[in-house]
Write a protein that binds this ligand. Structure first.
Ligand SMILES: Nc1nc2c(ncn2[C@@H]2O[C@H](COP(=O)(O)OP(=O)(O)OP(=O)(O)O)[C@@H](O)[C@H]2O)c(=O)[nH]1
Length: 280
């Protein structure tokens, strides 16, 4: 089953962002370090256009450190300035104001030339649901301002927030795809919590995950389910995990729905250890 989603608030969110962009000096785009490309909104290039942009690779604590280094290089060369952060623990976040200032250097220079008194730099946080926008805002503000939820779509209203004397932040709702053109993007977003559980198929998502893990992190998979070998076939792998976890139904058959759910939750709860779901 393909994962598809056509959220009604899409056009509205896009319009709201467009309206606000005219007041923005620097855009802060948050992506999920475990899946940095899939967690970008394809519309972002078109929306943000020529604005200076800082990309934050968030949830670095859950991602593979080596891969995060490679992704950082990728973003720095391909797009714009990039930082690795763990917003939940506030790691790497003290570098944000300075990065924003350096991105706004041409603007600050222009103000100086024209004799304009510098004002706080206005920034906008953009990102798909659940990448940690509210967490970043609260950490930068030093108090609770934005709602944090483990479910997508918690950020509802837009508001300005002062960060020291030099920076202001606008909280906006995350923007999502009108549809997922690439099925694998959908699976990665399902695994990292960017899309609602009701709209995707656990089994398909977990099949994708297991195939990926077999190639990239076989050891973590073996460790988690105490398997000496990983079977070639993904169904056999489901069987092996199912037996380990006692997911049996009448007749000794494996309850695949339960197995899928267990594996899915294990990933969600970081039980495999740091994992990055795509390579640069
Ligand atoms: N492990 C980890 N969890 C994080 C980090 N940043 C945010 N989270 C968690 O990710 C979930 C989503 O965070 P939010 O800040 O609500 O994300 P959001 O982008 O504002 O989400 P929406 O309101 O749905 O658009 C919450 O459970 C956070 O605690 C991080 O760096 N590491």
């Amino acid at each position: 089953m393909a994962i598809q989603w056509y959220p009604g608030h899409m056009a509205k969110a896009r319009r709201q962002v467009q309206e606000k962009l005219s007041q923005i000096d620097v855009v802060i785009e948050i992506v999920d370090a475990r899946t940095p490309l899939s967690s970008r909104n394809p519309m972002i290039e078109e929306l943000v256009e020529q604005k200076p942009r800082l990309v934050l690779l968030n949830k670095a604590d859950l991602a593979d450190t080596e891969m995060t280094k490679r992704w950082l290089e990728y973003f720095e060369t391909e797009f714009s300035k990039s930082l690795v952060i763990d917003a939940q623990r506030g790691k790497g976040m003290n570098k944000i104001p300075e990065a924003v200032r350096s991105l706004a250097a041409p603007l600050l220079e222009k103000w100086k030339r024209k004799g304009i008194n510098p004002r706080a730099l206005r920034t906008l946080i953009l990102g798909i649901p659940n990448v940690g926008k509210s967490t970043v805002i609260n950490k930068l503000a030093g108090k609770k301002i934005a709602n944090i939820g483990d479910k997508p779509g918690v950020t509802k209203k837009q508001q300005w927030i002062k960060v020291g004397g030099e920076m202001e932040l606008l909280d906006t709702p995350g923007i999502l795809w009108p549809k997922f053109e690439d099925e694998e993007v959908g699976y990665r977003l399902a695994l990292t919590g960017a899309i609602k559980e009701e709209i995707f198929d656990f089994q398909d998502t977990v099949v994708f995950f297991l195939k990926f893990m077999k190639v990239h992190y076989p050891q973590l998979l073996k460790q988690r389910y105490d398997l000496e070998e990983l079977p070639e076939d993904v169904v056999d792998l489901f069987d092996a995990v199912g037996k380990r976890r006692g997911c049996l139904v009448a007749g000794g058959l494996i309850d695949y729905d339960r197995v899928a759910e267990i594996i899915f939750r294990d990933f969600r709860h970081g039980k495999f250890g740091p994992v990055t779901l795509e390579t640069p």
